[in-house]
Design a protein around this ligand. Structure first.
Ligand code: FPP
Length: 252
């Protein structure tokens, strides 16, 4: 692990949204390609800039009162991109883990990966498992990174496991309800997201946390992901404070 960085995370300053801000923020990090194109650079340089932004946003979570941060790094549909871009992204994830492993651990961040690992390079999967194991006992920010993740795929995989348990009589059909199914999802240890943010001006959810975001608040911002600042995240957290979440009930 000689390529690990010894850089430490910035210390959190005062917590600004302690009780009423979103506890779980999920982000669709979109716009890396356009960011690179606007600078006449290859798309991969946008992804590298995006990875640098991930560090700043993770660092900012304690001061914003965010306990859970979930980021969409690679979807089940992203395999349709060119082989060069896919390979570049996989290499970036590998380098990110090696470079950030120590800093994440020292910052008390607990890392979890969601998504189907079956299609990923076994070496990357090993690194992902190592980072999860290293940080498993941490109690700070819960960082969840979605790689080869798709909401529909997650529900289908969960249903398959559930059906196997029914077939082998470990579970009875009468026990199957929303809570039971949720226990089979990749995200079963996480609360549902309070706030889902998508950058880059696109207003769609692209198969991200379909089940979990049933009652999440959404924010779509024009900023391209590599330009998304902590100040903008803070503004969105503060604006969440003024939303009334009714979960289907009537307004008070
Ligand atoms: C979408 O932008 C972005 C992705 C598919 C990749 C997201 C990956 C990162 C931010 C890299 C860092 C992540 C980690 C965890 C190290 P796009 O390429 O679709 O942008 P475009 O719509 O402008 O083309």
């Amino acid at each position: 692990m000689s390529s690990q960085s010894n850089a430490v995370f910035a210390r959190p300053s005062q917590v600004i949204t302690d009780t009423y801000g979103p506890k779980h923020v999920a982000i669709i990090m979109d716009g890396n390609g356009r960011w690179a194109k606007a600078r006449g650079r290859p798309r991969l340089s946008g992804h590298h800039a995006g990875a640098r932004r991930v560090r700043q946003i993770v660092e900012s979570c304690p001061s914003l009162g965010i306990d859970y941060l979930t980021i969409f790094a690679f979807s089940t549909e992203n395999w349709k991109r060119t082989q060069t871009e896919v390979a570049g992204l996989m290499n970036l994830f590998r380098r990110y883990i090696l470079k950030e492993m120590n800093a994440l651990n020292m910052a008390d961040v607990r890392v979890l990966f969601v998504g189907d690992r079956i299609k990923l390079d076994p070496k990357l999967v090993t690194l992902m498992s190592e980072l999860e194991a290293l940080t498993a006992q941490n109690n700070g920010v819960n960082l969840t990174i979605a790689i080869n993740y798709g909401g529909r795929d997650e529900v289908a995989r969960a249903t398959r496991k559930l059906a196997e348990d029914v077939a082998s009589h470990r579970l009875s059909p009468s026990e199957v309800d929303e809570n039971t199914l949720a226990r089979y999802l990749d995200t079963h240890v996480l609360p549902d997201p309070d706030l889902v943010i998508r950058t880059s001006g696109e207003a769609r959810i692209s198969n991200f946390l379909l089940w979990q975001s049933a009652y999440s608040e959404y924010e779509f911002v024009d900023t391209l992901w590599p330009d998304f600042t902590v100040a903008e995240l803070k503004r969105l957290c503060q604006s969440y404070f003024f939303r009334e979440r009714r979960y289907g009930a009537i307004a008070t």
